[in-house]
Design a protein around this ligand. Structure first.
Ligand code: ADP
Ligand code: MG
Length: 373
């Protein structure tokens, strides 16, 4: 598996990577997580580890998480699905992207009427491997843009670069007009651009509500310990809790508010991560494979949540392998292969794009574009 061939420590990322690693299309997605993703998670969690270390009583609670609570969570989730199927989210009339892309040329690097992100000449190399080589990309404000491409195309690395979790060798980009090169991830989040991870980062030994509060504190770049363990800013704390509870309700996680995050199902963790990212009221939300490992019933609900983000006026950029989902909710699709953007266009035109078909067939050896998971 390619994971083993890639250095995990990030310090000497690729001295021993001679060329592009062929990706094993038969391997499950969960095994295809690579070093960059892991490095980002490690960086974020290293900071959080300190916090957990000073809460010794939490260590004893670890055992609680694995046992019956996990089964309970599955039951809760099943119950939730029944509830969710009855929830309807109103379609926006104002914050819709209807017509916005009508005059946009379907080609790599094309100009958008009102871009919130403009990236130029972004290149990230790991030794001899050029993981990202994006000449130009504009992301339209208040629309849902899908970033698709075969495994190893550079999608996660590109997310890491835009959000400050990794640094490019070359290039620059702006978010809402502000250059972001060299800005730390928590500052980027504070400025209104947040992302979730391919592997969820919920802290298993903290409760759901604590995870939510951490979303506010962590992403605002405040001192974690002050935010959670002291109470000089009661008011701020109260406001955060109110917002957290509202979001938990919206994401149908209020039942599990005081459960340990470790007891949640994979799908619930995805929801928690999305909910947590909203604690800072971001203008742009970037989701890395939000549907991976989520069961079909919960997928529909996630989909509605993503639409709602746009309908509230936010911008969404998401990486996804589930083509049904891409077709259903994206306003615009950007296709990456071998680090480059090889196509852009409205979702319905992609199936006819020969370059897109070749890119997928090249890596997936006959895998159906719509079947890939
Ligand atoms: N830290 C790293 N060190 C070395 N190679 C890396 C690192 N991170 C990613 N890569 C490589 O860069 C390429 C792009 O990876 P990635 O951005 O994860 O692709 P995607 O998310 O599209 O599947 C892959 O070949 C991957 O192995
Ligand atoms: Mg990825």
């Amino acid at each position: 598996m390619s994971d083993d061939a890639v250095s995990n420590d990030g310090a000497e990322p690729s001295a021993h990577i001679p060329e592009v690693q062929p990706i094993d299309a038969a391997a499950p997605l969960s095994e295809q997580t690579h070093a960059a993703e892991q490095a980002s998670i490690d960086a974020a969690e290293a900071e959080l580890a300190d916090l957990e270390a000073i809460e010794p009583e939490q260590a004893d609670l670890e055992s609680v998480v694995a046992g019956p609570a996990a089964e309970e969570a599955i039951e809760v989730e099943e119950a939730m699905h029944n509830v969710q199927s009855t929830v309807s989210i109103p379609r926006a009339t104002t914050a819709s992207s209807e017509g916005v892309f009508d005059d946009v040329v379907a080609e790599p690097g094309s100009s958008k009427p009102d871009p919130i992100v403009v990236a130029e000449g972004i290149r990230r190399q790991f030794g001899g491997l050029v993981a990202v080589d994006v000449d130009r990309l504009e992301i339209q404000r208040n629309a849902i843009t899908a970033l698709i491409g075969p495994n190893g195309a550079g999608k996660t690395t590109f997310f890491n670069l835009l959000t400050g979790f990794d640094q490019p060798n070359e290039g620059s980009w702006t978010f809402d007009g502000t250059p972001l090169l060299g800005i730390a991830p928590h500052k980027v989040a504070q400025m209104g651009m947040v992302r979730t991870f391919q592997l969820t980062k919920a802290l298993s030994r903290m409760t759901v509500i604590e995870n939510m509060r951490l979303g506010a504190n962590h992403q605002k770049g405040e001192k974690l310990l002050q935010g959670l363990l002291q109470f000089p800013w009661r008011k701020q704390e109260d406001e955060n809790t109110i917002r957290a509870d509202e979001l938990l309700q919206r994401f149908k996680l209020d039942h599990v508010r005081d459960e340990f995050a470790g007891s949640l199902s994979g799908g619930q963790r995805k929801l928690l991560e999305m909910a947590r990212s909203l604690m800072v009221e971001p203008r742009m939300v970037m989701l890395d494979e939000p549907m991976a490992g989520v069961n079909p019933a919960l997928k529909q609900s996630l989909l509605e949540h993503i639409k709602l983000l746009r309908n509230e006026g936010r911008t969404v950029l998401f990486v996804e392998h589930d083509m049904d989902m891409v077709m259903e909710i994206s306003d615009w699709v950007v296709v990456m292969a071998e680090g480059r953007i090889i196509a852009e266009g409205p979702p319905e035109t992609l199936g006819q794009n020969q370059q897109v078909i070749d890119a997928y067939l090249g890596t997936h050896q006959g895998a159906d574009l719509g079947e890939e998971e």
